[in-house]
Design a binder for this molecule. Structure first.
Ligand code: FAD
Length: 484
């Protein structure tokens, strides 16, 4: 009878949030399931639209952050659990609808993350050579449907943004291609970076040092960049009494301020204009950090090409709110990259919140507009969100894990309250039935073994040329390798 079968859950998106949520759900059920009257048995079908799993861990994290990519190994081990079944190359909302999943599973969890850039809304945003960071990241991380070439033809570039994505993008824009050979970058990306014309980069951070979103580790990574002269003017980082006061109270801020002093002093010691990098080696590139600097316009020429950026100086209050001073300055640049946030992946059948930063949800319970105008939002029964899809595009991989617990606990509570011992969708079948069901729709899902084949192939490709690993990029080639 219904009591006997395991609970069946669909998780949509095999990024870190989807994998952690699957794992945590099985663990919580094992611990609390009996007490809640749910039993302890469940199976999870993890759907992923790309032919390979792990979302932004593979397609967002910068190639020169290889240590974080070890997380891929840890995530893959989580999928060793036979109760979690991976179905890659299946897009929910297109190949399979939410309604179909709701009929087949006791709960559906969206872990669809974020993909797109939030648009830059200043005059000149539509000029040639104004780029969104997400698109550039897709290029250097070899996203299956991303661009394969990138026009790195500009000598002077601006990067707008104060978060870790801005720091990543700026770093890749001044990196030497050969310093990336120890990473998994594909050949086309190596070739593109090798030909990069960029010699001067300006990073514009709206707030002051005390409220910058990147970390001191990221500043220290900058210091290690070979051949790059770092420049930070005291004017720009505005060490007002207020900043110093905030710094005195907060260890992380104090470290940032101290590190910026180190950078400034080093620059002075090393003949500021002579151009050496942080290790005293000759510099061929210059990286200028601007704080309290809010770009207000991209300046164009008659042909619609970028010729500069207009920046307003700002003040940041000790609480972190920013105000413009009305004073502007222009910096000549030929390209602008903006890293001012991500947008959630669109899923047919699920609404966004009014700001468009996350799927509409309350503590992970997906909500929808009510049928009568003006009535409060209604919860969609047994449909949830987790990770960036739930919270919006903020936080590192680790925060995705802690956040998954809230969603999981809500699923268990809702089931316990259902009076049906959680078993609400009688159509669910076993693994063979799911595969048959997907094949019946003309789909060829790629499972866990497929991912192992891709990893093995990427290692083998690397070994041929004395590298550890070379990432596969073309989706059809990934599919061929994965299907064996
Ligand atoms: P995602 O990683 O985006 O995963 C979502 C998954 O859902 C994707 O695989 C996607 O293909 C899939 N999906 C989407 N829609 C569908 C659908 N309709 N059907 C099926 N599947 C679907 N964090 C760190 O800790 N360290 C770093 O160095 C770091 N660098 C970053 C660099 C960049 C450029 C970015 C953008 C983020 C970085 N982060 C980093 C943050 C980290 O990537 C996120 O915290 C984390 O990936 C969020 O996990 P998620 O599973 O919610 O989303």
């Amino acid at each position: 009878g219904a009591e006997a079968r395991p609970l069946r859950v669909a998780v949509v998106g095999a990024g870190p949030a989807g994998v952690y949520t699957s794992d945590i759900l099985l663990r919580q059920l094992a611990q609390r399931g009996e007490a809640l009257g749910l039993g302890i048995d469940a199976t999870i079908d993890l759907y992923e639209k790309l032919p390979v799993p792990f979302g932004l861990v593979r397609y967002g994290v910068a190639p020169d952050h290889p240590s974080i990519k070890f997380i891929q190994g840890a995530l893959a081990r989580t999928l060793d659990n036979p109760k979690i079944r991976l179905f890659c190359d299946v897009e929910v909302g297109k190949d399979v609808s939410l309604d179909e999943l709701r009929e087949r599973y006791d709960a559906v969890v969206f872990a669809t993350g974020a993909v797109d850039d939030r648009p830059l809304r200043i005059p000149g945003h539509d000029l040639k050579h104004v780029y969104g960071a997400a698109h550039f990241v897709e290029w250097y991380d070899g996203y299956p449907t991303g661009p394969r070439t990138w026009p790195l033809t500009d000598e002077t570039v601006a990067v707008i943004g104060g978060g870790n994505v801005a720091m990543d993008v700026a770093r890749e824009l001044v990196r030497n291609a050969d310093d990336l050979l120890g990473t998994d970058i594909p050949q086309n990306v190596y070739d593109g970076i090798k030909a990069n014309a960029c010699r001067e980069l300006h990073l514009f951070v709206r707030r002051d040092v005390a409220h910058a979103k990147f970390s001191v580790q990221e500043l220290r990574e900058l210091e290690k960049l070979p051949g790059v002269q770092l420049v930070v003017n005291e004017d720009d980082f505005d060490l007002s009494d207020a900043t110093l006061e905030v710094a005195a109270d907060d260890k992380l801020t104090r470290q940032m301020v101290e590190e910026l002093f180190v950078i400034r002093d080093m620059a002075e010691d090393m003949e500021y204009d002579g151009g050496t990098d942080f290790n005293g080696q000759p510099a061929t590139k210059k990286y200028v950090l601007h704080f309290n600097s809010n770009p207000v316009e991209v300046l164009g020429d008659a042909d619609g090409a970028v010729r500069g950026i207009r920046v307003e100086r700002t003040e940041t209050s000790p609480e972190g709110s920013m105000t413009g001073t009305g004073e502007t300055y222009d910096v000549p640049v030929q390209a602008v990259y903006h890293a001012i946030g991500y947008r959630p992946a669109a899923v047919n059948g699920v609404a966004y919140d009014e700001k468009g930063t996350r799927l509409l949800n309350e503590s992970g319970r997906i909500e929808a507009e009510p049928e009568t105008d003006g009535a409060p939002l209604v919860t969609v029964p047994y449909v949830y969100a987790t990770g960036w899809a739930k919270r919006g595009p903020v936080g590192l991989i680790g925060s995705t894990k802690s956040d998954a617990l809230e969603t999981v606990n809500n699923i268990l509570d809702d089931w316990a309250a259902s009076g049906k011992n959680g078993r609400v969708a009688p159509k669910a079948g076993d693994e063979a039935e799911t595969i048959a069901y997907l094949q019946g729709k003309g789909l060829q899902p790629i499972g866990r073994e497929g991912w192992d084949r891709v990893v093995a192939y990427e290692h083998a490709q690397g070994e041929k040329v004395g590298r550890d690993h070379i990432k596969l990029v073309e989706p059809d080639q990934i599919r061929r390798v994965a299907r064996g």
